[in-house]
Design a protein around this ligand. Structure first.
Ligand code: ZN
Length: 312
């Protein structure tokens, strides 16, 4: 079974021709300057048609197109429900009409983190598990759930995909979602510079030499023994671990898969979260497995086939 798959991110749209769990061809489009998603769709269709032709295939050999979108998506009606500061035109866009007109194919659209979980479940770290939580640690935090082999969606399509917006501090930092003390506001790529700026000893530490502190710099300076970097890193680890415990209590998974750019430091993050979860989660049946995601940036694309195969 073949499908077209596109993972629309904050700066790039990753387009792939997918056959079962393999990516036959791939191209990433820079959409950092795009003001809306509508304008990017024709570029995405052009890339697909180019890749299809280059590989001597035709659109009718594809089962459909799967779109991963960074916002609240109701896949049952094929619409984006709500966005978070990027692609604010998306709720008005008829994605299904676009795919029929430009590519002649049926479409399914889903939250990008949910598609990544489908990918990891189909062919990655969660293969063989029916009850899974996936946490993606990056610019934001994704937290999605699968229960009894099906993605959790809920009445308004937002169940189980707001794991980054679990409040971990009732009096914490303001979040882009309008809440306070969300895991994402306390320990994510976008919130880290503010956290470092507000940390009392950071200005006198080795972190002060960076104009922008990302997790790469934070983990490197912590590994060199910088006290402020260590304290901020450990605070982030605790925030992520608290989020993991909350998601376990909410969704009863057998396994948590953790992905995202921060996992370049997986050798620090996985054992820490595992120890915390095994100590503090209430799971009388046994211990939740904590595993690193295997598919990296391809996870959402690999989720195309299971999404298009879902019984709706
Ligand atoms: Zn939030």
């Amino acid at each position: 079974m073949k499908a077209l798959a596109v993972d629309i991110g904050g700066t790039h749209a990753n387009c792939g021709l997918v056959e079962n769990d393999s990516i036959l061809a791939y191209e990433s489009i820079d959409i950092a300057s795009a003001t809306g998603v509508r304008a990017t769709l024709s570029r995405i269709a052009d890339v697909f048609l180019k890749l299809i032709k280059k590989h001597s295939l035709s659109p009718d050999q594809f089962h459909g197109i799967a779109v991963g979108f960074p916002g609240l998506v109701d896949s049952r009606i094929g619409r984006v429900v709500s966005t978070n500061k990027k692609y604010d035109d998306a709720p008005e866009v008829d994605f299904g009409a676009w795919s029929r007109e430009d590519l002649g194919l049926p479409l399914r659209i889903e939250n990008d983190a949910r598609m990544a979980l489908l990918g990891e479940s189909y062919a990655g770290a969660a293969r063989g598990f029916l009850d899974v939580v996936m946490i993606t640690l990056g610019t934001g935090i994704g937290g999605v759930a699968m229960i009894e082999g099906r993605l959790l969606r809920g009445k308004h399509a937002q169940a189980g995909c707001l794991g980054g917006h679990i409040p971990v501090l009732f009096n914490g930092r303001p979040c882009t979602c309008g809440g306070i003390g969300c895991a994402e506001a306390e320990a994510s790529g976008w919130s880290l510079p503010g956290i470092v700026k507000d940390f009392p000893e950071a200005s006198a530490s080795s972190l002060s030499k960076y104009s922008h502190v990302g997790f790469k710099e934070l983990f490197e300076e912590a590994a060199r023994g910088d006290k402020a970097a260590l304290a901020i890193r450990d605070r982030c680890l605790n925030i992520w671990a608290a989020d993991a415990v909350a998601l376990i209590h909410a969704y009863d998974p057998e396994i948590i898969v953790i992905g995202g750019g921060v996992m370049e430091s997986a050798q620090v993050i996985i054992p820490y979260i595992e120890a915390h979860v095994h100590k503090y989660a209430w799971t009388p049946w046994g211990k939740v497995q904590i595993r690193r995601a295997e598919l990296g940036n391809n996870a959402a694309l690999v989720g195309a086939i299971p999404l298009l195969s879902e019984k709706t």
